[in-house]
Ligand binder design. Structure first.
Ligand code: PLP
Length: 249
């Protein structure tokens, strides 16, 4: 299917709903009843863990990035913080592009630093700058390409090869390109991040974020943290982002 068709239909298949809805319903229920106690863990249980409307958006997001898994968060910043909590621990080091969105640097410098995670900044337009900054403690490389605000570009595939050689996780914030123009997982990244507040939402009326990956182990860690800290996108915002995505192309 073409991108435009997937953007409209994936996650909103009429045959998956009881009444044949052609547009995802907004499921506001926080809790889902079960017929017997042994069915407690089947399907949807509690909306912090998973919700049918958010699940529909997550399937749409995964499809557009050509990925297996996606999770929707209450903001791009919530997605970033959840990712860092899931994948890093005290003593780890992060190498990041020097022109990242200022709020991302604030998380590294003023939040993560308090938990013993160090970050340093390189001009990732030059892969040698990235190589030089890698340390034994480096666990993760964080790129935006293009960056916000200066629109600097990194060679995502070359940096992905470097990360694979050193067993490092490569995260690419794809907010500015959107999956319409760039699919970082196909270029070798491990996790794609979005502030859906921008092009995916598209109408400036919904704050949200997303993490997308093909890696089951990473996905399970992210889903665990998302449920544990509860930074989830609301059902109504999930519906708004789905509507926004329909005209992304
Ligand atoms: C590139 C980029 N990433 C992440 C964020 C943070 O997203 P949010 O504002 O949804 O928390 C922004 C916000 O402007 C951004 O521009």
């Amino acid at each position: 299917m073409k991108f435009e068709t997937d953007a409209i239909h994936v996650g909103e298949e009429p045959e998956r709903t009881k009444h044949g809805d052609v547009v995802s319903p907004v499921h506001l229920s926080t809790t889902f009843a079960k017929s017997t106690i042994d069915k407690m863990d089947e399907g949807f249980v509690y909306t912090r863990t998973s919700n049918p409307t958010r699940d529909n958006l997550e399937r749409k997001l995964a499809s557009l990035e050509g990925a297996e898994y996606a999770l929707a968060f209450s903001s791009g910043s919530a997605a970033q913080t959840s990712l860092l909590l899931a994948l890093l621990q005290e003593g780890d080091h992060v190498v990041a592009f020097d022109d990242l969105y200022g709020g991302t640097k604030r998380i590294f410098r003023q939040v993560l630093a308090e938990f013993g995670v160090e970050s340093s900044y390189v001009d990732a337009t030059d892969i040698d700058d990235v190589k030089e900054e890698l340390r034994d403690e480096t666990a993760l490389v964080w790129l935006e390409s293009p960056t916000n605000p200066l629109m600097k570009l990194a060679d995502i595939s070359a940096i992905a090869d470097l990360c694979r050689e050193r067993n490092l996780v490569l995260v690419v914030d794809n907010t500015f390109m959107s999956p319409y123009f760039q699919r970082p997982l196909k270029l070798g990244a491990d996790v794609v991040l979005h502030s859906t507040t921008k092009y995916l939402g598209g109408h400036s009326d919904s704050l949200g974020g997303a993490l997308v990956t093909d890696d089951k182990e990473i996905y399970e860690k992210l889903a665990f943290i998302q449920n544990a800290v509860g930074a989830v996108l609301s059902p109504f915002d999930s519906w708004l982002v789905m509507r926004g995505i329909k005209t992304l192309a």
